[in-house]
Ligand binder design. Structure first.
Ligand SMILES: Cc1cc2nc3c(=O)[nH]c(=O)nc-3n(C[C@H](O)[C@H](O)[C@H](O)COP(=O)(O)OP(=O)(O)OC[C@H]3O[C@@H](n4cnc5c(N)ncnc54)[C@H](O)[C@@H]3O)c2cc1C
Length: 464
């Protein structure tokens, strides 16, 4: 029986960093990971996809080279080399994280699937590790077990063969005709990457538009951009069944249509890795889908048990998971950080990317209907000189401002470097700065951000 000051279950984007902070305070912490430290982001998510995205972008720019006065000849993608570059980046990141954690003296790293098996006589939690006789004892458990792709239960899908992000990123040959179920963030990013690497790509989306959470014109602009690159979309298309024939995979759509491809990717949602954690043995509350509820300090309903990262449904990003560990670490040291206080910021890493912070149009209109005075300022990227100089004029920038406080309420930026630029607004929002301050700041020329004062000067009231 081994007793620890804390147990981290799952080595995603919060747990290892929290363990390191607690160990630095003199605590003895166990980290239990069933597969690879770094979790989804490092091994099957952010790191590999953004590395592969670069290969895709290079191919895209190489095809456009003559527009910039550069002759490169016929462009051929070496898929194996692009994947090898990606695997190397993942390996470097994973091994760097693993050897860092292994080298911290207050951390004991265990490999295997952890399950909470109840409490001991002193009320401490007992955690077993599959495949071993180990039962670890602790008064505090930090859950960071993340999510996995949910494969829709469509008749025939398993028999026909379906990939998730895991299998997609292990391919050794370029899929000639890739079908993607789901036109949301992961589906769109993968569609553009594989299209640019040379696949024919079709997206089948049950909703009437892609990334329906975004403003309608932003979602339409992204759709048009991807269509212009040759990606085919089937919107409002439910899939009745999946089959495999001599030509590959066939999706039978509700209403009669058929879509043919060589490979099928499920990118239609994520489910939390909580079902096998033994949460019921100590009474941790989950919702009907297994997401763990927490308060703003990320404490579950069971004192001593915390839920960090995607499983608490307070974010679905690497950065929200990292932020979670900062909140828990500081609060355990007497702080009063709150997950409710953060302004949601994220990016869709299409090229160009979409950066978003705070509210969307429908929320701005709801606020106006509730009596708030809100204004909106926007500009098309086609009017931004830096974008023209780069010949990358797709997109727009839109800002929502509270007219009474002059505080930013949100922004949607689609265009070059929008994933970086959006953070300037996030920082102004986090530091409670005003639009006036931004208008008076000295911008650098020629950049996209230099247009902020010009855009903000044109703001106009939102009418609900
Ligand atoms: C294709 C794709 C692309 C993405 N791109 C981005 C991006 O660009 N930017 C971004 O911010 N986010 C991105 N994400 C989301 C991001 O990966 C996650 O939000 C991030 O990994 C945070 O997850 P987490 O810390 O909750 O846990 P995870 O990273 O999912 O890690 C959980 C870990 O827990 C382990 N585990 C699970 N159960 C147990 C158990 N019982 N015992 C022991 N170990 C267990 C798992 O093996 C895993 O290692 C992407 C996701 C995908 C799928």
């Amino acid at each position: 029986m081994k007793v620890f000051d804390g147990l981290v279950i799952g080595g995603g984007q919060a747990g290892p960093f929290l363990a390191a902070k607690l160990a630095a305070r003199g605590e003895h912490i166990a980290v239990i990971e069933k597969e690879s430290l770094g979790g989804t982001c490092v091994n099957r998510g952010c790191t590999p996809t953004k590395t592969l995205r670069k290969s895709a972008r290079v191919a895209y720019l190489a095809r456009r080279a003559s527009e910039f006065g550069v002759e490169v000849g016929p462009v051929r993608v070496d898929f194996k080399a692009a994947m090898a570059r990606m695997h190397e980046r993942v390996e470097t990141s994973r091994t760097g994280l693993t050897s860092w954690i292994e080298g911290i003296s207050g951390i004991s790293l265990y490999w295997g699937e952890a399950t909470i098996v109840g409490r001991d006589d002193e009320g401490r939690f007992r955690v077993a590790i599959a495949g071993t006789d180990e039962v670890l004892i602790t008064k505090r458990v930090f859950l960071n077990t993340g999510t996995r792709a949910s494969v829709p239960s469509i008749p025939g899908i398993a028999e026909a063969g379906v990939m998730t992000n895991v299998e997609l990123l292990q391919l050794t040959e370029l899929p000639p005709r890739l079908l993607i179920l789901g036109g949301s963030y992961i589906g769109l990013e993968m569609a553009q990457i594989f299209r640019r690497l040379g696949s024919e790509v079709q997206i089948v989306e049950v909703g009437e538009r892609v990334i329906a959470q975004e403003d309608a014109d932003v979602s339409a602009a992204i759709l048009a951009m991807l269509q212009a690159e040759g990606i085919t979309f089937h919107l409002g298309a439910g899939v009745e069944s999946v089959a495999r024939d001599a030509g590959g995979i066939v999706l039978r759509l509700e209403g009669g249509g058929r879509v043919h491809g060589s490979h099928l990717l499920a990118a239609s949602g994520r489910v939390p890795n909580t079902a096998k954690l033994g949460l019921e043995t100590i009474g941790v509350a989950v919702d009907d889908h297994g997401w763990i509820s927490t308060n703003a300090r990320l404490e579950t309903n069971v004192p001593g048990v915390f839920a960090l990262g995607d499983i608490n449904r307070r974010g679905a990003f690497m950065h929200t998971s990292v932020h979670d560990h900062e909140i828990v670490a500081e609060n355990l040291a007497g702080g009063s950080r709150s997950a409710d206080a953060r302004v949601m910021t994220y990016a869709l890493f299409t090229d160009p990317p979409l950066g978003h912070v705070g509210i969307h149009e429908h929320e701005a209109k709801e606020l106006v209907r509730a009596g708030r005075r809100i204004s909106m300022a926007e500009i098309q990227m086609a009017q931004v000189s830096r974008a023209k100089e780069e010949s990358e004029t797709l997109g727009l920038m839109r800002f929502w401002i509270d007219d009474d406080t002059d505080h930013f309420l949100g922004a949607s930026l689609l265009g070059i470097n929008a994933d970086e630029i959006v953070q300037s607004i996030g920082l102004v929002m986090a530091s409670k700065g005003t639009a006036q301050i931004v208008m008076e700041a000295l911008p650098v020329h020629p950049t996209v951000t230099e247009f902020l004062p010009t855009i903000l000067a044109r703001r106009r009231p939102v009418v609900a």
